[in-house]
Design a protein around this ligand. Structure first.
Ligand code: PFF
Length: 467
């Protein structure tokens, strides 16, 4: 156990955790679920649940990880030896790996779109000519939507890029905590912020972007249905990588003297700020181009290229640069998240099964590649295969984000609130009483963890089952 690696500093721990949190959930999912659920009112629920619900869950997970310096399975067993809680640890080993499998499919799409932007596919002379007049804009839309549809429904190309994406993850994770994950995320996470800010400024400068800003800041509570509320909460969970053991595993690499509270709060704030910037980077551009904000999962892959084509009419070089920056951002964001999912499974095999990192990574990657293969094909040749009414991809997505993540979150908070002793929780939370500010707010946080979070999340879980 004493050879276990650590994150070198608080900065790198936060960058790794924020890297896990900031991902496709922020850039790909957040704008389109906001668009489908009525804009600003949805964002308010999202922010409130992130602050009041997600912080206690985040702290519960990180407390278990840092206390035990173990990955999920071993952590539960170490804290309550011999109890059946360890099976919950095992459940959370599988959840991130299921997410990893389908998430990597979208990661593959982002590589393909980066390649397309590098070969100036959105600003070809034909597309620019069609985009130049309003009469032929529909042609551009149609050809971009055919481009996306044609790509994801085909068999081979999505698999090639998906495999590439997974291979890159494997290389980073095999590198280990310090020379792989830390080295990669301490550079890419700050770069992500710079890139998304650049894109936001560009997007806000477009004529007609003000309507998008209004959409994000002016709430329309009539659109806030119960399913919109649930989906706002679900988005907050997904975005913060909660309930799946990733945060627990990363926290197990945080040094004993670090302040868990501030590390957690910084991570949550970075994630929220990033999601908001991504919203302001995408929605104003969507409105500027006169596109329907509720366009769904294709939002960034179909509508943004349309914007690039339109902007390319006058300044193709600028449009190409922005397109490249945009798809680099998506790819980096996806990678920093997916490596945290892979690491959660690998850490289990290394800690518990005493396997080498290389062997553990290769075995897990082989399993996830197989599941991901079916997810990828579920857009094409396997589109007619349904599980409980969903395609394989959607089934994996819904099962994990609507059920397993919430279920994991209930268990983590219940474990810390009801299974660990209060003295132990306090000790970990305050670094043995040393962190005076943490000591002062301990009772409030503990109350949230013990009573509020498990009850509210159980309500969400049951509502997801019923609705
Ligand atoms: N938080 C990531 C995102 O917003 O894209 C997704 C994610 C990462 C979900 C890690 C679950 C996870 F375990």
């Amino acid at each position: 156990m004493n050879t276990r690696e650590n994150f070198g500093s608080r900065f790198t721990a936060i960058m790794a955790m924020a890297g896990s949190a900031i991902g496709l959930g922020n850039i790909w999912r957040f704008p389109y679920v906001v668009g489908q659920n009525g804009g600003a009112a949805f964002i308010i629920v999202y922010l409130l649940s992130a602050l009041f619900l997600c912080i206690p869950i985040f702290l519960s997970e990180s407390m278990i990880g840092r206390r035990t310096q173990c990955s999920t399975f071993g952590a539960m067993d170490k804290l309550v030896p011999g109890s059946s809680w360890k099976w919950m640890g095992l459940l959370t080993v599988f959840t991130p790996l299921i997410i990893f499998s389908y998430y990597s499919v979208v990661g593959g799409w982002s590589i393909e779109y980066l390649v397309k932007s590098l070969s100036f596919s959105f600003t070809t002379p034909e597309l620019r000519a069609a985009a130049a007049s309003t009469a032929s804009e529909a042609v551009v839309r149609e050809s971009l939507s055919t481009m996306f549809g044609g790509f994801i429904t085909s068999t081979w190309m999505p698999l090639v890029f998906f495999t590439l994406f997974i291979a890159f993850n494997a290389v980073v994770v095999i590198g280990g905590v310090k020379s792989g994950i830390e080295k990669f995320t301490k550079v890419t996470t700050p770069v992500l912020f710079v890139l998304i800010l650049l894109i936001m400024f560009y997007s806000l400068s477009l004529p007609g972007s003000a309507a998008g800003v209004k959409y994000l800041v002016k709430p329309d509570f009539s659109k806030l249905t119960s399913s919109a509320i649930l989906s706002a909460m679900g988005q907050a969970f997904f975005s913060l990588s909660l309930g799946v053991g990733c945060i627990l595993t990363y926290a197990s690499y945080i040094k004993k003297e670090e302040n868990l509270l501030t590390t957690g709060i910084y991570t949550v704030i970075f994630d929220l700020v990033f999601a908001m910037i991504a919203g302001f980077a995408i929605m104003p551009a969507v409105f500027a181009a006169g596109i329907e904000p509720g366009a769904g999962p294709g939002l960034i892959f179909e509508t943004l290229p349309f914007i690039f084509a339109k902007m390319g009419v006058n300044m193709p070089w600028l449009s190409d640069v922005v397109a490249i920056l945009f798809f680099v951002t998506i790819l980096f964001a996806a990678l920093t998240s997916s490596i945290s999912m892979l690491e959660t499974g690998v850490a289990y095999m290394v800690d518990h099964k005493k396997m080498s990192r290389v062997k553990a990574t290769l075995i897990i990657v082989a399993g996830c590649w197989t599941l991901g293969l079916f997810c990828s094909l579920s857009y094409g040749p396997l589109a007619n295969v349904h599980i409980l009414g969903n395609t394989i991809f959607d089934f994996c997505d819904k099962m994990t984000s609507n059920f397993l993540m919430t279920f994991g979150s209930i268990l983590f908070t219940a474990f810390v609130g009801w299974k660990m002793s209060k003295a132990e929780v306090k000790d970990e939370f305050t670094n043995g009483g040393e962190k005076k500010f943490n000591l002062a707010i301990f009772n409030v946080v503990y109350f949230m963890i013990k009573y509020v979070a498990p009850v509210v999340i159980t309500i969400i879980f049951v509502s997801n089952l019923v609705l």
